[in-house]
Design a binder for this molecule. Structure first.
Ligand code: KG4
Ligand code: ZN
Length: 352
């Protein structure tokens, strides 16, 4: 099965071609990603209007390049997968409309993909992982712990009640005068900082439900910045290290709680999967690896390029759905909000 995937929900324009392997998992034939970071950096965050315009400008070039790299023609494809949300609506419309148009032109089925589902299923592309498994999805827009039980079958064990984890990294970086995106800057500053210098809160620690909250932690950093007066490099590094240590503690505690809930709902998880841009953080990866080892759960951390937004994960989710006969028609809407546990109406042709 050969599918083209289109991703335009945030500030990455991406197109990829993935083929399913007979034994499970997939082969990425092309994975073109155009990051818009430089366009948004001076604003300190993603500007939706600028993002939508850039998707319009880049997407068709990326699709053409992906087809060329993979040496594939539109008519060779089995389906066209496009992210239909959740995300910035202008961008989602660009990608989904392009997918619809290509589907019309090639007479191949359209598969409308939930962006979060694509993140959650990536470990099956890379590692042919069996269901069910636990996924920690932490990005600039989302923070969730999911029981991934099957294609289209997700149980949300926890999510954030305020900011997303990546958003917290970005906001704290801004407070510390570091650049955008904040996550990598904080990680770099933290490397030489003292994580014990500032006693920052660990929101939600010990709570029985696996939800996240980050706004109190961000406020605590702001108060320390105000108290510190002029920021010296040492203060910045120590605050970054103290903040990152708090984030690590929160992630580990929340994931541990989710694991307990997972066991009650669906037995022992086959794996602990990391996804989303924040999963690029070395301290978080290290702590999650220790947690997985300690709890006897297999750690499956996809490579960084597949943790952040990309087209291959959309193409793969398309393959997963197409295999089950779950396709969509051209009236499928673009969605700004689309909780993973409300998968909506796909057309089931009942092949499986
Ligand atoms: O998944 P992603 O590329 O885009 C979406 O938000 O969907 O995630 C971007 C987020 C940003 O908030 C960025 O600061 C964060 O991931 N991030 C990191 C690191 N690299 C990226 N956070 C912590 N440590 C990192 N090394
Ligand atoms: Zn994402």
């Amino acid at each position: 099965m050969l599918v083209l995937g289109i991703e335009t929900t945030c500030d990455e324009t991406a197109a990829a071609i993935v083929r399913s392997r007979p034994g499970g998992g997939g082969e990425i034939l092309a994975n073109e990603v155009m990051s818009q970071i430089a366009l948004h950096a001076s604003y300190g965050g993603v500007v939706p209007e600028i993002a939508a315009r850039a998707h319009v400008e880049y997407l068709d070039h990326l699709i053409r390049r992906a087809l060329k790299t993979a040496d594939v023609r539109l008519t060779d494809l089995d389906g066209l997968a496009a992210a239909a949300g959740p995300g910035l609506i202008g961008g989602v419309l660009v990608g989904l409309t392009t997918g619809k148009m290509l589907s019309l032109a090639s007479r191949k089925p359209l598969i409308a993909i939930n962006h979060l589902e694509a993140h959650a299923l990536t470990a099956r592309l890379t590692d042919a992982l069996e269901f069910p498994y636990l996924a920690l999805l932490v990005s600039g827009g989302h923070s969730q712990l999911l029981a991934v039980r099957g294609v289209g079958d997700y149980l949300r064990l926890g999510s954030t009640v305020d900011d997303a984890a990546g958003e917290a990294f970005d906001k704290v970086a801004k407070l510390l005068g570091l650049g955008y995106p904040g996550g990598p800057m904080i990680e770099r500053a933290a490397a030489t900082g003292d994580p014990l210098r500032f006693a920052l809160p660990r929101p939600m620690l010990g709570r029985p439900k696996a939800d996240f909250s980050f706004s109190g932690l961000k406020t605590a950093v702001r108060l320390e910045v105000e108290r510190a007066g002029p920021l010296t490099p040492a203060i910045v590094n120590d605050l970054a290290a103290s903040f990152q240590a708090a984030m690590v503690d929160v992630m580990v505690d929340r994931t541990r709680v989710a694991m307990r809930a997972f066991r009650e709902a669906c037995g022992h998880p086959a794996a602990l999967v990391l996804a989303g841009g924040v999963a690029a953080n070395g301290a978080i990866r290290g702590a999650m690896l220790r947690l997985a080892t300690e709890t006897g759960v297999r750690p499956v951390f996809p490579p960084l390029a597949l943790c952040t937004d990309n087209g291959a994960m959309i193409a793969w989710a398309g393959i997963e759905r197409l295999r089950l006969g779950m396709v969509d028609d051209l009236s499928t809407p673009a969605r700004q909000r689309w909780p993973l546990d409300q998968q909506g109406e796909s057309i089931h042709h009942g092949k499986a």
